[in-house]
Design a protein around this ligand. Structure first.
Ligand SMILES: Cc1ncc(COP(=O)(O)O)c(C=O)c1O
Length: 450
């Protein structure tokens, strides 16, 4: 390993970072994280802070789970790689697919298609949704519906159903045939509607209207996050997902629940769809599936969807899609170990309790600081705090001030994440009560520094 100054100086000279301008990274060297333990990370200068980001909404088990680490290490010596393209398989992948299917049995999941991450899982769901209709003899169903403010990764398909223009504009034109409904964002929406139940009804009406306009027989699928994460932790009214589920069913449109963040306990339930009492047709997952220890995702199919593919009589069911690292044996070993640890530790229960603590603490901070425009969360360990420079006009705080908040919070003991003018938090699901207190006092210091 090179010395510390070498690392700081060289970072952006050779490496481009996702989600940032290369010039900015050259000018402002990033915080370099060199080690981690439990829910804490340590930077190159030796500062140790609570990681309220959970890596990137993914290190659900914290950084010290030796069961998962040992499973990965062992598998590297047994079989570090073999292809799972049709014709060959490997024992850990078979085991992992069983574990994932069991984990999501109550969601109606019947089959597992492994990928290398969340964007891959979304892409897989979108493609297989089109193919599903083709197999059923409805090849005109090719369009996709989604919600504004949603984040579905950065492949062209996922970016096309994304609802934040930051991820779209530079890469347009995107996939044709993608249409967006309003987000369940009570703080800002085109109806000026602050009642979440009424807003849910309005979104459902907008969806019906769009389906009638497009023609139901042209629409393949609707994709949504049960709780919108990267878009600012936008929690819908409990009626929204069931309402949209009913509309999808009535019009023969597949519902894809994008569970890349909400899967595996983050909402206080094992899946976000289950949190709202909904059974989707497909689920895209990643992140918590290995607690971030190995890059794995999975696209999950309901029994009904599986049935259509497996009983195809038209010769249309060949899945000519997939990745070199689909069902990677080392990733698969990580999956089985992570799911077994997730269940053993019952992380969803701690996520619900610590999530309530973080949300209530953030609400208290909102009483103290006028710059806090909106606090969102209260459903597991996902909390968003929207910062404004003028509370009446709801003017989004500018980035320079957001960065000041971020740095002051870090100096006071917590890493948080900025998403535009939102402070976003998604710590490990194993985080302790005392560590959440540290996050709250660090936020207090952050907001106090404005
Ligand atoms: C809901 C959702 N879908 C998809 C993705 C993309 O996942 P990945 O970054 O692993 O490709 C993310 C990433 O944060 C996400 O939050």
């Amino acid at each position: 390993m090179k010395d510390d100054n070498f690392l700081k100086e060289n970072n952006a000279r050779h490496m481009w970072h996702p989600m940032g301008a290369p010039g900015d990274s050259l000018e402002h060297p990033p915080t370099i994280i060199k080690s981690a333990e439990g829910s804490k990370i340590t930077d190159l200068d030796g500062a140790e802070v609570v990681d309220a980001v959970g890596g990137l909404w993914c290190v659900n088990l914290g950084y010290s789970n030796d069961v998962v680490k040992d499973a990965i290490a062992k598998q590297l010596y047994e079989l570090p790689y073999y292809s799972a393209f049709a014709g060959t398989s490997n024992p850990t992948a078979i085991e992992a697919s069983y574990a994932v299917r069991e984990f999501f049995k109550d969601d109606g999941i019947g089959r597992v298609f492994f990928t290398s991450g969340g964007s891959d899982s979304v892409e897989t769901c979108l493609r297989l949704a089109r193919q599903y209709h083709r197999i059923k003899g409805e090849p005109t169903r090719t369009k996709f519906l989604s919600l504004k403010k949603g984040y579905h990764g950065t492949h062209f398909g996922g970016a096309s159903v994304n609802g934040n223009n930051r991820f779209r504009i530079a890469y347009e034109p995107l996939l044709p045939g993608c249409f967006h409904m309003p987000s369940p964002y009570t703080y800002r929406n085109p109806f000026n509607e602050t009642d979440p139940a009424v807003l849910a009804q309005l979104i459902a009406q907008a969806m019906e209207d769009e389906i009638n306009f497009q023609g139901a027989n042209t629409i393949a699928a609707f994709i949504m996050e049960p709780i919108q994460g990267a878009g600012g932790v936008i929690v819908p009214h409990e009626s929204l997902m069931p309402l949209l589920r009913e509309i999808c069913t009535r019009h023969g449109i597949l519902m894809i629940s994008d569970e890349v963040i909400t899967g595996f306990g983050r909402t206080g339930d094992w899946s976000g769809a289950r949190h709202w009492g909904v059974k989707p047709d497909m689920m895209s997952t990643a992140k918590g599936i290995t607690s971030g220890y190995f890059p794995v995702g999975a696209a999950l199919m309901s029994e009904v969807v599986a049935d259509v593919f497996e009983n195809d009589t038209r010769g249309e069911a060949g899945i000519y899609h997939g990745y070199t690292y689909s069902a990677h044996p080392v990733g698969a070993a990580a999956v089985t170990a992570t799911l077994s640890e997730t269940l053993r530790l019952d992380t969803k229960t701690n996520a619900a309790a610590r999530g309530a603590q973080l949300y209530e603490g953030a609400l208290k901070l909102a009483e103290k600081y006028d710059i806090i425009g909106d606090v969102r969360g209260g459903h597991g360990l996902m909390t968003g705090i929207e910062i404004v420079s003028d509370k009446t006009a709801k003017t989004p705080m500018d980035l320079a001030v957001m960065k000041r908040i971020h740095k002051a919070a870090y100096d006071a003991g917590a890493m948080v994440r900025l998403g535009g003018n939102n402070v976003l938090m998604s710590p490990p699901l194993t985080i302790s009560e005392a560590e959440i207190d540290t996050v709250l006092s660090a936020l207090d210091a952050g907001f106090g520094a404005v």
